[in-house]
Every structure is written in C-alpha cells, then in structure tokens.
Design a protein. Structure first.
Length: 288
C-alpha cells in the first residue's frame, strides 16, 4: 500500500497534491485528516494521509482442458466447457471531504450558528446522560470528591493540601496548595487538566451521581480566566475594526466557556465554537 502525508491549505488541495505525487487519480485515494490548524483571520492548514489500496485480482491458474473423447464412428467429439473467469475485486476509495461554501466578506467559510457551551467540562470528562445536567452537588458530594483527590495525592507522595471550595450546580471546586502544588499545574495547566480528568473518570465510576470536580492549584484557574478575558476582549476589538472573523487556538470546554461569557455583552460581536474535540475552537465574529 502506497502512503503519503501532505500539508496544504485545505483537504481538497492536499488530496490533489497527493494524487499527483502518487501518480493516481483522486478517486483511487483513501484520505484521512490527521491535523487541522487555524489561526487568526482565516489562515489555516491541514495535514492528511493519502493511501492507495492496490488490490489486485486473484490469480487464476490456467486450466488445460482434457482431450476430447472419441465419439462413435462418424460422430462428433464432445466439447469441454472452460470455467468462467472470476470477477475482479472492486476497490472503493473514500471520497474527499466536501468543500464548504465560501462566505462573502469573511474568511472563506460559511458561518455556523452561535453555540453556547452547555457543558463546561465536556472536554475533560466522560459523556454524562442528560439527566446529569440537572444534578445539584451538595456539601457531602464535595467531601467525597475532596477525599478522592487526597487519596490520589497520597498515592503520588505529593505534599499538597486539598480543600473543598465553592459549589456551583453539579460542579465542586477543589483548591490545591502546598509545597508540591506547582507540579500539579504544569505548563499552561496541562497537568492540572489531566488530573481533573482522572478525578472525574474515577468519580463517575465510583459514585455515579453526575457530580463533577474542578481543580485549581495555586490560584491558576483565576489567573487563567483573567488572561483569557483580556485576550478575548483584545481580539474582539480587532474583529470589530477589520470586520473579519478570528479563530482562537484550541481550548478545553471550560476555557471556551470563559471566552463566550467574557464577550456575551460585547456590542457588535458574536461568538461560537467549531471543530471536534480536542481541537474545538472559539470563533469571534462580527455580529450580523
């Protein structure tokens, strides 16, 4: 099987380039999108893997017909019927992703309807039934989740204190501080997000009550919220001046919710989310 990876501005361009490089038609390719990246004001790129499935027909061994039997005197020799050839296998190639219609005055892409992030922790926890959206966490739930966090910290031999903070809806905020708290934050909060995901996975299976935890180490979440709010406001100003949409980097669900909330009252600006996890992004666009 021939395989090639191509980076281009769109799936269509990458598919065409792969077909030329492999010397086959576009219909003979199986295209898989590996990565999509989008920058501010419409600049984007996509990396795909193109494969050619070289399925050859099954070999058919030549069959030598037996010699004709002699008939009666003056009669005809009997005929030997040759076996019917086997049908060749059919290779079905995956069609390239359809091109989205262009939008006038925008960044070459049809604008989606504004989306409000319904689940702040959607990117960090297993999918919950709809009934979980109405769950209200209690003080007892907070104690359970905090005890679970302490159990994990003890298993890791980390000198970190965990205490229950505010409770909002089904979310319990747990504050982490101490000598090793900085190790639980990591670069851009990656370690903190990973631990939060682990806690919610375990809690979902152990308690099965729809309650979720949000972890904050050394007040990182509050500082991150302030930074995202400032960034969103700055980009919204640019969008309003240019009259063009801007796409932020991929963010986890609870951080996308911060951006939506920060710009919810910004005049002349609307926000929505697009893409699939974990590459879902917030789009800041001029209001219609």
């Amino acid at each position: 099987m021939q395989t090639v990876e191509i980076t281009a501005k769109s799936v269509q361009e990458a598919t065409k380039a792969a077909a030329e490089k492999l010397g086959v038609s576009i219909d003979a390719l199986k295209v898989t999108v590996l990565e999509e990246s989008k920058g501010l004001f419409g600049k984007s790129s996509v990396r795909v893997r193109a494969e050619v499935e070289e399925a050859a027909p099954a070999p058919v061994e030549p069959v030598t017909p037996p010699p004709a039997k002699a008939g009666k005197k003056g009669g005809k020799a009997s005929k030997v019927q040759e076996p019917a050839p086997e049908p060749e296998p059919v290779v079905v190639a995956a069609e390239p992703a359809p091109k989205e219609p262009a939008k006038k005055g925008g960044r070459g892409k049809a604008k989606a309807e504004p989306v409000v992030e319904e689940t702040p922790e959607a990117a960090e926890e297993p999918t919950a039934p709809e009934k979980d959206l109405e769950v209200m966490a209690t003080a007892a739930d907070g104690e359970q989740l905090t005890a679970l966090v302490k159990e994990l910290l003890a298993a890791a031999s980390l000198q970190v204190n965990a205490k229950t903070g505010e409770i909002a809806g089904r979310y319990v905020n747990i504050h982490l501080d101490g000598k090793d708290a900085a190790f639980l934050v990591g670069k851009h909060g990656e370690v903190l997000n990973a631990m939060q995901y682990l806690v919610n996975i375990i809690a979902g299976r152990r308690f099965d009550n729809g309650v979720r935890a949000t972890l904050d180490g050394n007040d990182y979440r509050r500082r991150r919220e302030d930074a995202l709010t400032q960034l969103a406001t700055k980009i919204a100003d640019q969008v309003k001046q240019r009259g063009e949409e801007a796409v932020l980097d991929a963010l986890p669900a609870f951080e996308r919710r911060i951006v939506h909330k920060a710009l919810s009252g910004y005049e002349g600006i609307s926000t929505y989310s697009e893409g699939e996890e974990p590459n879902r992004r917030v789009v800041i666009a001029p209001a219609d």
